[in-house]
Design a protein around this ligand. Structure first.
Ligand code: GMT
Length: 386
């Protein structure tokens, strides 16, 4: 029987700036607010866990360094800590975000506890986020172990229908995969000018403000962001804010210099409080090669910021072309610029679309709507495993 009241859940994720870590952390915070006991188990404190909150606990995974270990075995240290924390705090289940290597560690932890003196049951849920399937999982050196650990999971969720279909197709796994879309906290992500950074600081002469948020990996096509902005900038006074950092930042900076628009392109680096900056923008540029969901677009939409993105992966599940943003083919910077110019030139249409974006975020992707889906899913998993 699944426990009737609050659950004790261990959450593991990449604690740095990736979208999966953000989703895992926000999920933990939302669950804690609903009275569940949440135990984060990771090598560093998740970045958005920057305040002390009731019902949240953090357990750091220490990885021993030894001269023999050219590659310190984090996966094993994680499995050990998962088993230890589960036993000490009597966890009901583990929820791992991003299959590699977290679901392998969870599988080991489950085996260790089942084998141990207490014969404890420790079911685990794996949430697939994207590159764990679409890029990393396709690498032959990871594929068999990733497929195995997904198959062995007691429950599997995917953040979009696109990712679910692709996983079933390319991994040929027999599991049921439940789609639970990503969510946004609409109280935090909103167009609240008093709380936010002043728009004047970035757009002192009433320029339009465009924004991009990512980890600046090649899949994000950050140089396309600059190309789009350059075209927009030729037609209307505008400035561009870029949040995040990664390998494509330097090529993007150089392109902005070459185009002669360096002064209107502001690289802010990694930001902890992106809601405040999103809340002052007009449009978001997300010209990615692939997005299984596109959390940045959803967070922008909650702030009434119109997303202009590529028609790839799970993005069409989030943005309705022409109604709550604009979609174009990968690399079609001319079309994306044309959409931006059209909407930014029409204040009434921009604000009306912004309102529809927020309505869509609230109605389909709010934390209030999505978190109960996870709670139900946990209880189903616990029922099945009892
Ligand atoms: O690739 C990234 O942007 C990071 C990656 C992650 O797992 O940290 O993001 C994936 O998960 C996000 C949260 O669920 C999704 O919003 C992103 O679309 C997805 N990225 C890709 O599919 C490329």
């Amino acid at each position: 029987m699944a426990p009737a009241g609050p659950l004790k859940i261990g959450i593991t994720c990449y604690p740095t700036y990736g979208g999966s870590g953000v989703v895992a952390t926000e999920l933990g915070l939302e669950l804690a607010q609903r009275g569940h006991q949440i135990h984060f188990i990771s090598y560093a404190q998740p970045i958005r866990l920057n305040r002390s909150v009731a019902n949240i606990h953090y357990h750091e995974v220490e990885v021993s360094r030894y001269p023999l270990f050219d590659y310190p075995p984090y996966d094993l240290a994680l499995a050990t800590r998962m088993a230890e924390v589960s036993e000490l705090y009597e966890l009901d289940l583990l929820h791992v975000h991003y299959a590699i290597p977290h679901s392998v560690s969870a599988l080991l932890a489950r085996q260790m506890l089942a084998w141990g003196a207490s014969h404890r049951k420790l079911p685990f849920v794996t949430t697939l986020h994207g590159t764990d399937i679409t890029l990393v999982g396709q690498d032959r050196s990871y594929l068999p172990v990733t497929r195995f650990s997904i198959e062995q999971s007691d429950g599997v969720t995917a953040i979009s229908h696109y990712l679910r279909e692709r996983t079933l197709r390319e991994f040929s796994i027999p599991n049921h995969i439940q789609v639970i879309h990503n969510f946004v906290n609409c109280e935090l992500y909103c167009r609240d000018r008093d709380r936010g950074q002043s728009r004047n600081e970035y757009a002192p002469h009433g320029e339009r403000l465009l924004v991009h948020v990512s980890n600046f990996r090649p899949v994000k096509r950050v140089t396309d962001v600059i190309e789009i902005f350059d075209r927009v900038r030729k037609q209307i006074p505008a400035r561009l804010l870029l949040m995040g950092d990664g390998p494509e930042r330097s090529p993007a900076e150089w392109l902005a210099v070459q185009k002669g628009i360096r002064n209107d392109v502001i690289f802010l680096g990694k930001q902890e409080q992106i809601a405040e900056k999103l809340a002052i923008a007009d449009a978001l540029l997300l010209p990615s090669q692939l997005e299984s969901f596109g959390l940045a677009a959803l967070e922008a939409m909650a702030c009434e910021v119109v997303p202009i993105a590529t028609r790839v992966g799970g993005i069409p599940e989030v943005i309705e072309h022409g109604d709550t943003g604009w979609l174009a083919e990968v690399g079609d910077v001319d079309s994306m610029a044309a959409y931006a110019i059209q909407i930014l030139n029409d204040e009434a249409a921009l604000r009306a679309m912004g309102k529809r974006c927020r309505a869509q975020a609230r109605e389909r992707f709010s934390a209030k709507r999505i978190i109960p889906q996870y709670e139900d899913f946990y209880r189903q998993v616990l029922e099945r495993s009892s």
